[in-house]
Ligand binder design. Sequence first.
Ligand code: SIN
Ligand code: FE2
Length: 216
Amino acid sequence: MDLFDDLPLEPDALRTEVAPGAVLLRGLARSHEGALLAALQGVQAQAPAHHLQTPGGYTMSVQTTSCGQLGWVSDRHGYRYSATNPSTRTPWPALPDSFATLAAEAAAQAGYPGFVPDACLVNEYAPGAKMSLHQDKDERDLRAPIVSVSLGLPCVFQFGGLQRNAPTQRLRLAHGDVLVWGGPTRLAFHGVLPLADGHHPLLGRKRVNLTFRKAG
Ligand code: SIN
Ligand code: FE2
């Protein structure tokens, strides 16, 4: 399978518009990786990631935590943003400066200047973990884009349309790649195929995704 089959432009272009309003910035986070990984460790220490329950009673294969004013939580009662971490009953760790700076830079390069996220969802994928197709639609203001940063092992990311059954393109997202979507594709369905095993020099046997949103 050639993962780049669906890409209209050369796969390694630094900036690729993969769909209207959706821009892939290859390797953008690499120059920030030292600060990002140090900050990530701080967040994980303060707010350890867990396998969340879905409202339907399933256990998610990814482990999740958050930082910023709002964190995304899921349990038997539904999906929502919360100002406190249900595991610790304390506020989420603050959004690290390195995270906020990268998110704003990526959004600006993708055509969304002035992005100030108030929520960062941290998803950790071990080999085999996946994320089924879904829309990010729990945010109050859909004018702000989604900024998604990939770290560690590469994944196959599915980027679809506004209907669940629309065709999806498959993008290989590697360490440091940043995908931004908004405007006409803000509510695009997206997901991650089961993570292939491997070893990343900085993160070992895992992939970490940081998703920045303006939720409140
Ligand atoms: C998500 O949609 O919440 C995660 C996407 C990803 O891991 O790349
Ligand atoms: Fe998502």
